[in-house]
Write a protein that binds this ligand. Structure first.
Ligand code: SF4
Ligand code: SF4
Length: 56
């Protein structure tokens, strides 16, 4: 399981900068998390201004 970024994402990039395993990149519509890399640390959820990353 991994964190997933929902459609509330405003593409600010804060989560990508703080991810320890560089699992987050800019996708077609908003930032996305590579589930094969995510270690579920929760850092992205902690820095996101709109609460878009959530554990699945
Ligand atoms: Fe990266 Fe941690 Fe967020 Fe997973 S939970 S995408 S490892 S910051
Ligand atoms: Fe999107 Fe939140 Fe990441 Fe910013 S911190 S790019 S709003 S998921």
């Amino acid at each position: 399981m991994a964190y997933v970024i929902n459609d509330d994402c405003i593409s600010c990039g804060a989560c990508a900068a703080g991810c320890p395993v560089e699992a987050i990149s800019e996708g077609a519509n908003h930032y996305e998390i590579n589930p094969d890399l995510c270690i579920e640390c929760g850092a992205c959820a902690g820095v996101c201004p709109v609460g878009a990353p959530n554990p699945q």
